[in-house]
Design a binder for this molecule. Structure first.
Ligand code: 5GP
Length: 117
């Protein structure tokens, strides 16, 4: 069964794709939390960070290079941005197809809310 993100990558589901190459695809998050909120996803279906293998090294590295290019493209490279990868339940992962959030365009708050917040 393919993931929602695989369906976006193949064009089966709509999304605003901002970058695509042989290893990764990036598209705008459907529920943005900042003026710029883009998901960078390996084209291969890797569920979580826990599932990464040595063979995924190029794809994992490409996610960072894509982030750098997209930040430049979106005009937020200088002002700054945050890259987030959630893993499993405690990490808050909702979609089990590895992805990196690129968020920017506003000042970010603390990296993680305290339990009392
Ligand atoms: P996670 O919590 O797994 O790290 O983040 C999943 C992200 O995927 C969420 O920010 C959510 O808004 C986004 N998302 C879920 N379904 C879709 C979709 O169908 N299209 C797009 N563009 N984003 C989605």
């Amino acid at each position: 069964m393919s993931t929602i993100f695989s369906k976006i990558i193949s064009g089966e589901l709509p999304a605003t794709i901002v970058y695509q190459d042989d290893l990764v695809t990036a598209f705008r998050d459907i529920h943005p939390v900042a003026p710029v909120h883009i998901l960078i996803v390996p084209n291969a279906e890797i569920p979580t960070v826990n599932d990464l293998t040595e063979g995924d090294e190029r794809a994992a590295g490409r996610m960072f290079l894509a982030a750098r290019k997209i930040a430049e493209q979106e005009g937020i490279a200088e002002s700054g941005y945050r890259l987030i990868v959630n893993c499993n339940r405690d990490g808050g992962q909702e979609v089990y197809h590895l992805h990196m959030h690129l968020v920017g365009g506003r000042r970010m708050g603390p990296i993680v809310a305290r339990p009392s917040d």
